[in-house]
Every structure is written in structure tokens, then in C-alpha cells.
Design a protein around this ligand. Structure first.
Ligand code: SF4
Length: 188
């Protein structure tokens, strides 16, 4: 089929992407709860360092969707950071490939305490469809202590939001960090 015909066919069919959530959707309620719990637990916003330990990039597409204009994780004070030294959560996607094992361990070791590990997607949980392959060690648990697993192939942005809220609820039993004043607020 010629490229012109292919383009015409796709134009007629319309977009293949899923429709956007309705107004007020997009995980707004869960996200607001997450922002409040994160602030109460940490005294500030939540920082995430993501490591692709060998994924097919499907999980990354959902993470990108979570930070895009519809779900917009940033509005809840959740931020992806480039340095593990700035991160509270290590978010791992994919099975742990042998090539990425050392980098993943060093990323974890570089993070300050308290720190938590989240395995996002079936592959990060137990190797998923890559389990048993010569190139993979298995799920993240083969290398690091995992605090939360978020199943799915791939998990949608709502699952990521709900999972992060669950994690913060789970760890909120410990001593909370003192609240830092927001811009314009007087310190407590
Ligand atoms: S869980 Fe699915 S989407 Fe995510 S890395 Fe594995 S195969 Fe890809």
C-alpha cells in the first residue's frame, strides 16, 4: 500500500488512542489525597527517580501519560527527578536485566533515607513475559527490597497514582517529617 493511501486510511479512521477522562477525572481525587498525604508524611512534595531496568517502554509510555496535560502529576506536587540523591521513591519498570543490575543497585544506594522502592508493571514484579530469559535476573525483588508492587501490563496512570497513595498510607505509621511552610505561610 502506498504511503498516501496509508495516510488517507488513517485519517478516515480517526485517532486510535483512548478518549481522555471526563472533566474532573484524570485521577484528580486520588492525586489530591496523594499530595496531602505526601506533605503530611514528608513535609514537602514527593520526588521520584525512575529507572528502566529493561522494560519494553510500555510502562514508560504510561508514566509519560501520567506527567502529561491530562493527568498532570505535577499539579499534586509529584516530581520526577534526575538525581537519586533528590529522590524519595525509586520507581522501577521492566525486569531487572543483567546489564542494568549494577546501575539499579547504585541508584538505590545513592538515595537518602527514608526511601522506598516501587515495582511498576508485571515485569518489575516477577520478570513478567521476560522471566527466565538469559538476560534477566527477574523482578526487582531479585536485587532490592520492594515496598510496593503495581501490577499491570502496563499499569495505567490511575494505577500509578493509587499505588503511590497506598505506599504513603503504608509508611505513614512512622514518624512524619516536620511540615515545611508553603510559599507565603508562616512556619509552624
Ligand atoms: S509490564 Fe508490560 S508494558 Fe511494562 S515493561 Fe513489561 S511488557 Fe512492557
Amino acid at each position: 500500500m502506498s504511503l498516501a493511501r496509508l495516510l488517507l486510511r488513517e485519517l478516515i479512521k480517526g485517532p486510535r488512542t483512548l478518549p481522555a477522562p471526563p472533566p474532573g477525572g484524570g485521577g484528580a481525587e486520588v492525586g489530591a489525597g496523594l499530595a496531602g498525604t505526601g506533605r503530611a508524611r514528608l513535609g514537602r512534595s514527593l520526588r521520584i527517580r525512575e529507572v528502566d531496568a529493561g522494560s519494553c517502554n510500555g510502562c514508560e509510555l504510561e508514566i509519560h501519560a501520567a506527567t502529561g496535560p491530562v493527568y498532570d502529576l505535577g499539579r499534586f506536587g509529584i516530581e520526577f527527578v534526575a538525581s537519586p540523591r533528590h529522590a524519595d521513591i525509586l520507581l522501577v519498570t521492566g525486569p531487572v536485566s543483567r546489564n542494568m543490575a549494577q546501575a539499579l543497585k547504585r541508584t538505590y544506594d545513592a538515595m537518602p533515607h527514608p526511601k522506598w522502592v516501587v515495582a511498576l508493571g508485571d515485569c518489575a514484579i516477577d520478570g513478567g513475559c521476560f522471566a527466565g530469559g538469559d538476560a534477566v535476573l527477574g523482578g526487582v525483588r531479585a536485587l532490592l527490597p520492594v515496598d510496593l508492587t503495581i501490577p499491570g501490563c502496563p499499569p495505567p496512570p490511575e494505577a500509578l497514582l493509587s499505588g503511590l497513595l497506598t505506599l504513603l498510607d503504608l509508611v505513614s505509621g512512622g514518624p512524619a517529617a516536620p511540615l515545611l511552610p508553603m510559599d507565603g505561610e508562616e512556619p509552624e
